[in-house]
Each structure stands twice: as C-alpha cells, then as structure tokens.
Ligand binder design. Sequence first.
Ligand code: F6P
Length: 356
Amino acid sequence: MKKRIGILTSGGDCPGLNAAIRGVTRAAYEMFDAEIIGIHDGYRGLIEGDYQVMTRDQFSGILTLGGTILGTARTPFRNMRVIGDDNVDKVAAMKKTYKDLKLDCLVTLGGNGTHKTANLLSEEGLNVIGLPKTIDNDLYGTDFTFGFHTAMDIATDVIDRIHTTAASHGRCMVIEVMGNKAGWLTLYSGVAGGADVILIPEVPYDIKKVAKVVEARAKSNKGFTIIAVAEGAMDKEEAKMKKKEREAKRAAEHYSSSAAVAQQLRDLVGVEARNVVPGHIQRGGAPSAYDRVLSTQFGVHAAELIRDDVYGVTVALKNNTITHNALKDIAGVPKLVPADDQMVATARMMGISLGD
Ligand code: F6P
C-alpha cells in the first residue's frame, strides 16, 4: 500500500537538513511504495497549503548541500493557538492541509520550537515523526542533533584563525559563538580551539575574573588571550534580571556579548581587545562528514518508523545508538549545559576559565 509522506523543515536552518531529507526519502523509496509531498517553509507551508509533490530525482545530489531544499521559516509555537488579525486558525489549517493531502504521516525536521508544534499536531491526532536538528545541540533526549558538529568545526576554524593573528599582535580576541540559551557550541568549539576563557549562558561570569586571566596572560610570555563567548552569555548582574529587562538592556546598548566583553576588558585591563562575530557563517555550507552520516542514519530510522507505523516520536542518538523518544516526553524540554557536565569539568581541569 502506498504511503503518502509530508515532509517539512522548520526553524533556523543548519547543515545536514538536506542529507536528512535524502535519508528519509531514499530509504522510504527503497523499503516501500512512497509518495513524498514537500511542504514549503516549515509550518507556514502546512498552514497555507503551500507544497509540491516531489519526484525521486529531486532528492538526488543533495547530500552535501547546505540549507534546505524545502525552505524554512520560524513560526513560533506560542502563536500556534493564537488567532491573529488574519483570522486564521493555524492548527485547524494545518490539520486541513494534512487531511486534504491524504497524508499517512508528517515528518518534521527542526529544533525545540518545531518539536513543540510537532507534539501539538500529534496530540491533535496527526501521525508525526520528528528529526532533531540544530547547531545549538539543545534538544532533550538526544546526545547530538545534526548540524551541531558542522557548526563546531566552523567555529573552531574561526578560533584557529583568530589564534594566529592574536598571537602575532599580542591581543585579546573575543570570538562570539552562536547559542542564545545553550552554550554547547561555545563549550565544544572553545575546547577544540584551545580558548583560554569560555563564557556560556549557563555559567554567568564575573568580568573581573575574566580580566585577571587576561592580565596574567598579557604579562606572561604568551601575551595574548582567546575568549570564546556564547551569543547569550551573561554576567552575574544580568543573570539576576528578568529576561525582558535583560533584553531591553541589551537592545539599548546595541548589545553583542563579544563587544560587551571586549569593551569591559579594554576598560579594566587596558589591553587591546577585539571582538569577532562569525554569526550565520556557522550555519552555512556543506555538512561535515559526521553530520552527513548522522543525518542519514536519522533519516533512515525515520523511514523505518514510517514503515512500522510508529508515530508520535522523534529520532535520537543515545549512547551511539540511533533510537527514538516519545514526542510528549521531549517537546519543550531544553537541554542546557549542566553545571556538572563532563565537558565543563574537562575545560576546568585544562585550566580554562569559565569566568565564574
Ligand atoms: O537556533 C540556531 C541559532 O543559530 C541560534 O544559535 C541563534 O541564536 C539563532 O538561531 C539565530 O536565529 P536567526 O537565524 O533567526 O537570526
């Protein structure tokens, strides 16, 4: 019997989305009679009925391609049940598109927000399977999300390149790594790039402690300092503020975490400090070999679940095994860096300061 599979990518893009799409569809074509409907721009396409019936050749040659061939958009979960000025009941509209297309299931590739909406649709009776993507690696229930490894490689390459120029000039260089709530990417690329200081949102920093490290290194025969700071890192004072207050402060100061740290260090230590923001470069381009493999494995497992009619789940990697979690157990649970995380301990034991 033919299975009609809707597939969409939602939220911020990342390398490996196309590899995962290819994994699901190719394994589905191999294993059973599949028809794939590509939904454009994530849940927006599902709401508006914007889709295309895909052909097998459209999934060929995309393994190494960055971005997503389906397009993506941020459609915040908090608004899903809110009927706005357009008078559209988004949940009803998504269910209608699913029904009109006579889908047997919907595969959603995304991060935390995507999984919350996937769970909502599952609760509404749709057959949904999630695939965990995000460079932030902050999805609960999986050791790694696809996209994280590639972004770590890119951020590490940035740190490596900054390292040599920092050493030549004896400067303090502050590199801002993506990650607003979770510090995984900064922590891992900071360790990989040999940073002297790593500042992550989960560990509020004291700039005076950071200044001490910079001062000591400036006086040492090294002379330079490498600081990896997460986009969402905050100092101890900011950590006490309510989210809205903190955001207002940052907006008023045209805040960038790396610019703030560099400025404070210039003031406190008098060093030549510069900040670098690689930004969306971290999300662009071809996936690493590791992410190509992980995305393919995730995609193939999703196809197996469709074959076996197992829905209401999301694919995961646990202890080096590809498996799945119930959507209801992981949706809306962010995976932040715990204080006792082994990589945090590794960093500390390597003499890397977390600024606390
Ligand atoms: O969730 C991935 C991510 O790249 C975060 O690290 C970052 O804070 C955010 O997306 C940026 O979002 P946007 O692409 O919408 O600017």
